[in-house]
Ligand binder design. Sequence first.
Ligand code: UN1
Length: 508
Amino acid sequence: MTRATSVAGDPAARAVELLSSMGVTMPAPGSLVARTPITGAALTTLTASSGADVDAAIGKAANAFRDWRTVPAPQRAAVVRRLGELLREHLHELGELATLEAGKIGAEARGEVQEMIDVCEFAVGLSRQLYGRTMASERPGHRLMETWHPLGVVGVLSAFNFPVAVWSWNTAIALVCGDTVVWKPSETTPLTALAGHALLRRAAVEVGADPEIHQLVQGAADVGERLVDDERVALLSATGSVRMGRTVGPRVAARFGRCLLELGGNNAAIVTASADLELTTRAVVFAAAGTAGQRCTTLRRVIAHTDVVAALGDRLCDAYHQLRVGDPLEDGVLVGPLINGRAYTSMQDALARALADGGELLCGGERVIVHGEESYYVRPAIVRMPAQTEVVREETFAPILYVLTYYDFDDAIALHNQVPQGLSSTVFTRDQREAERFLAADGSDCGIANVNIGTSGAEIGGAFGGEKQTGGGRESGSDSWKAYMRRATNTINYSTELPLAQGIEFSP
Ligand code: UN1
């Protein structure tokens, strides 16, 4: 264990101050404990939503939907535009609260809020672009077209690592699409959720919209399960583990509800012999060690050509040694704490299994005591693996980077795709053939495939999500909005005849 300096103030008092600056009145105390992973201390307690509370919240959202669906989309966008403005105004406060509650460093926490602002702007533009097509009808005097209608109540289950951004991607788009939202944040990050909810409600009131279009429920998995099983929830958008998705997906499907799943990733970079190693190193360090390895897009595997693996390993270890691990409120710190002791234990278990499989620890992995024993800081680890063993094929939500080698590019792609998850991927190369092959149908099997940039930090303008056990959902940019609407196909006869399709004659 190594020791770092401490800058802890009074995080509990600061959290209350930040919340009140964003218009949150502190809720009644209860059994739900909000903690800061910076010290492990409790910030405050809240009451978890009861079954009756969740039922009432869904009822209010369903009720608000009745009118909201008929408000023209560009008018609905006024709420989202105002939310974007409020987020700009409170970028620093909400960012600091995300640092306190999720432990991410200031730059990344502010980046998260910036991502929210960006998606609000995207959704405002989208509100005038919810296009349906007009198709050529096979019948004379007929028009064939499609109309996109609001879907209903959208349930949003979000994870601790992006405590507010993932909610905003879903909510900004759902609201312009004419849906209403019930949000169940991670039980680990209830305070940022209070802030997001308060800002959205304020935006609604200020532009004269019904604030009931957004509902917040808080608590553990049982609270989320009520959204899963309630027929009034038309779409459930769930971000979290594969284990969670395995429960949620079939249960929503059983009631013929819609699901948008954003589950685990096991993201890899192929580093070819022609890669620019300086650029590669910088990209890998942010993608693998940033957010203390706690993004679903975190880089977990490097598949390096045998010619460059040694040089790359040296460069990465040099860079890792310079990473400052510590209090995320302190300037210059790049790696904050893990979310809790469970995350630390699973990291240590994974490292032990990797070493037992013949892995060689190149650097990191050890605990760093920053603010006592109740918080969990680690030095990001790099492990060179002789093969892609079971532990490498699993997602461990902590900063472990496994390094594998290849000689033939086809083998690299095969190794790359031989994991159950399919979220994000990248190739570092100066060879256009390799780059194009990686992006082709027989290349990366992931929802996100990049060239010469890392796997994390995707822009909101693209559709975000992945294949296989990642769950297949797409949210945020491009045409992801279609998941939040229902499509009606319309055939209009403006003639005096009644021709049937497929040339059928049917007259008595
Ligand atoms: C997540 O970790 O759940 O691409 C989302 C990224 C971010 C989103 C991550 N824009 O890393």
